[in-house]
Each structure stands twice: as structure tokens, then as C-alpha cells.
Ligand binder design. Structure first.
Ligand SMILES: C[S@@+](CC[C@H](N)C(=O)[O-])C[C@H]1O[C@@H](n2cnc3c(N)ncnc32)[C@H](O)[C@@H]1O
Length: 375
């Protein structure tokens, strides 16, 4: 089992190294600046280890949470993710949203092999350093998680995954870094790209999109009731002077959207722009559509969402594909569902408990949903 997973990761490493102008094995971080699946940081143990044998940095079997630097990002629902994916020696898991590497670290410490993706080179660099001492069963690839089927296909692989984790949205570090332009609380350029080589940033939308398009995304992605008013104010202001900074945009939005509660009036507009810039709904849908083809029978898909739009999409998709029958009013009887791929593991979304929300306020809006691939 373990050897099979090692061979699979070996195949992945080789297929990615073959495409790289600069690449390294076990030599820190190698980046070539391209986006889709190009930059790879690979660590290699060379020799497969015996199942269950502890490696440096691997915990005792009970695997408690990591007590170390959490300034980059504190993983949410960590215990719940571990319980959902049951990482163990020989299992091959994919973390589509590596971020600060908190979840991946737990999976590696339990002895699993992890294929980890992130579209942000900064996250990959950070995680590579953080995971150095547990990285012998890890391969990290710079890629959008929507492209994971291409990565596996290029490596000549089929349904090999024992689990997939998607912990959506941005990390605390991305949010806190003023120069990334995600936050209305920090003055920075209007950027908001998770993948800094992506062609479109928030300034392009704010300064270039038609008023109706802006109003649409504020409404659809931000659930902003004053969407039209916000779009109108933006278009009026940009005719005089284009927007350059987050603070500038937040100030204009605040002139037309009343403050409701403790959140900034710009919260929903910023969320909508981030979702649009990173095409978040489309990439999530695409990853969900592909996942069943790459999971082994019994393999699990775990998704953590942070707002109702994402959660609705995941919930609906999971329901639709775990219902063994479809019923329509015009049919005399229900019929078998040809697209029933999963069993629902979580009937209700799992949310953070009191202790976690106190320790990590960001976990307040997290919902975890899990399904299991049917044979
Ligand atoms: C919430 S953080 C993940 C945190 C991580 N689970 C941890 O424990 O540190 C989300 C990360 O996923 C990345 N990300 C979000 N959407 C992505 C996508 N479609 N493809 C690849 N990476 C993505 C972001 O760049 C960010 O680093």
C-alpha cells in the first residue's frame, strides 16, 4: 500500500519535473513564476519507509494539534478534518488549498502521503519551509485546484486519492498582507489575486467593468442589498479619478452603504470583488464536478466554506450526488440516480465549537461538509 502511494508520488514528481525549466528535489523552494501547475517544490526521501515507522517530525499515533508558529494562518476545524479524512500510513490525500500548511501538516504527521496545491507562490514558499521536517511524503505544486485532474492525468494516474480537502478562500496571511489588496482595513493596491500572475485584478474590475456588472456581482457574490447604489457611486467616482487603493474604494462605498453592525460597510463589496477576481465559484464547481473520478471507493471529499454562497453550492452538489433516487412529479415512481457517486458523511455542516471560535474568530464562519465515494 505504502509503496504504491510512493510510486504514485514518484510518478507525479517526474511528470512535473519534466516540464520545469528550474526544479529541484529536496532543495528548498523552486519557483519559475508561471502559474498553472508549473512551479514545484518537491521533497524526496528516495527510499520508501516501512508502514507505520515514525519519521522525523512524525507524531505518536494520537497526533495532537501542532504547537508552533500560527501567525500565517490558524487551520480551522483541524480535528474535524483529521476525523473526516482519517490520514494514515499508505493513504494518498490531496490538499487543494495548502495555505500555511496547517491541515497538510496534520495529514503528514499521521503518516499519509499528501499532494498539496496552492495558486499562491508565497503560500507554497511558506508551507515548504514550515513542513520541511515532515515533507518526505509531500509533493507541492503551484496550481489552481480546478486543474488537479490535469496534474493527475499527466502523471498517468487514475482514481488514486483516499481523500481530498478544500479549505476555501484566502488565508489570514493573505488577508493581513496590505500589498495583496484583500482587506479594506489596510491601505494597499486594489489587487485581490490569489495567483499574482493572473491577468485580472480588482482594480481592472472596479475601474473597467460596466455598472450593471458591478451591481450584479455585489448582489450575487456579496449579497449586498445596496448593490446598485454602490456600483453607481463607483462609476461616478472613477469618471473623475480611477481607483487605486483599497482604502479609496472602501471610503467611496461607505458614502452610499450605511454601517449595519460592527462590520465595515465595504465588507460585502470586497468579498464580491475577491470572488469575481479569483473566479471562486466556477473553480469550486469545476473541482466538485471532477472529484468523484479521482477518489477511490471509500475515499472522502471534505470541503470547508466560509460564506453562504459557497456553502449552498457544496450542500446542493453533495445532496444531488448522494441521493440514490430521483423523483419528478411527472414520473409514476422514483428512478435510480445515475449520478449518485457519494454517501453523505455529514448530514448537517460541521461548525466550530465555542473554544475554537474564541481561540480563532475566523473559524466562526467555517462550515465543513464531507462525502464518501461509493464503490
Ligand atoms: C484558507 S487558506 C488554507 C489554509 C490551510 N488549510 C492551512 O491549514 O493553513 C486557503 C489557501 O488556498 C489557496 N487557494 C484558494 N483557492 C484556491 C484555488 N482555487 N486553487 C489553489 N489554491 C487556492 C489560497 O491561496 C490560500 O493559500
Amino acid at each position: 500500500m505504502e509503496e504504491a502511494a510512493e510510486a504514485l508520488l514518484g510518478g507525479l514528481r517526474l511528470s512535473h519535473l519534466a516540464h520545469l525549466p528550474v526544479a529541484g528535489v529536496g532543495t528548498g523552494l523552486d519557483m519559475d513564476g508561471e502559474s498553472s501547475g508549473a512551479a514545484v517544490r518537491v521533497s524526496s526521501s528516495g527510499v520508501p519507509e516501512e508502514a507505520g515507522r515514525p519519521r522525523p517530525g512524525m507524531d505518536s499515533p494520537d497526533n495532537g494539534p501542532c504547537e508552533e508558529d500560527t501567525t500565517y494562518h490558524i487551520p480551522v476545524l483541524e480535528e474535524e478534518v483529521v476525523a473526516a479524512l482519517s490520514p494514515a500510513p499508505g493513504k494518498l490525500l490531496m490538499d487543494g488549498t495548502l495555505g500555511g500548511g496547517g491541515h497538510t501538516r496534520r495529514l503528514l504527521r499521521a503518516g499519509a502521503y499528501v499532494l498539496a496545491l496552492d495558486q499562491d507562490p508565497e503560500a507554497l514558499a511558506w508551507a515548504a519551509r514550515r513542513l520541511e521536517e515532515v515533507a518526505d511524503h509531500l509533493i507541492t505544486i503551484r496550481s489552481n485546484f480546478a486543474s488537479f485532474p490535469t496534474i493527475l492525468e499527466e502523471a498517468g494516474l487514475g482514481p488514486v486519492l483516499d481523500g481530498i480537502l478544500l479549505d476555501l478562500g484566502v488565508s489570514s496571511h493573505q488577508l493581513d498582507a496590505a500589498e495583496r489588496g484583500f482587506s479594506f482595513m489596510r491601505e494597499g493596491p486594489l489587487d485581490m489575486r490569489m495567483d499574482p500572475s493572473a491577468p485580472i485584478c480588482a482594480a481592472d474590475l472596479v475601474n473597467g467593468w460596466p455598472e450593471e456588472e458591478l451591481a450584479r456581482i455585489f448582489y450575487e457574490y456579496g449579497d449586498e442589498k445596496a448593490s446598485r447604489r454602490a456600483a453607481k457611486a463607483i462609476v461616478k467616482r472613477r469618471a473623475e479619478k480611477l481607483f487605486e487603493t483599497t482604502a479609496d474604494l472602501a471610503a467611496v462605498v461607505a458614502t452610499v452603504i450605511p454601517k449595519r453592525g460592527p462590520a465595515s460597510p465595504a465588507t460585502r463589496v470586497f468579498q464580491a470583488l475577491r470572488i469575481a477576481v479569483n473566479d471562486e465559484m466556477a473553480v469550486l464547481e469545476s473541482a466538485l464536478e471532477s472529484a468523484h473520478r479521482w477518489l477511490k471507493p471509500g475515499g472522502r471529499l471534505a470541503v470547508i466554506t466560509f460564506h453562504s454562497l459557497e456553502d449552498r453550492l457544496v450542500k446542493k452538489y453533495f445532496r444531488k450526488h448522494s441521493d440514490p433516487e430521483i423523483d419528478r412529479p411527472e414520473w409514476p415512481a422514483p428512478r435510480p440516480n445515475p449520478e449518485c457517486y457519494y454517501r453523505l458523511v455529514t448530514r448537517k455542516g460541521i461548525t466550530a465549537g465555542e473554544e475554537e471560535t474564541r481561540r480563532n474568530p475566523r473559524s466562526r464562519s467555517a462550515t465543513l461538509r464531507v462525502v464518501e465515494r461509493l464503490p
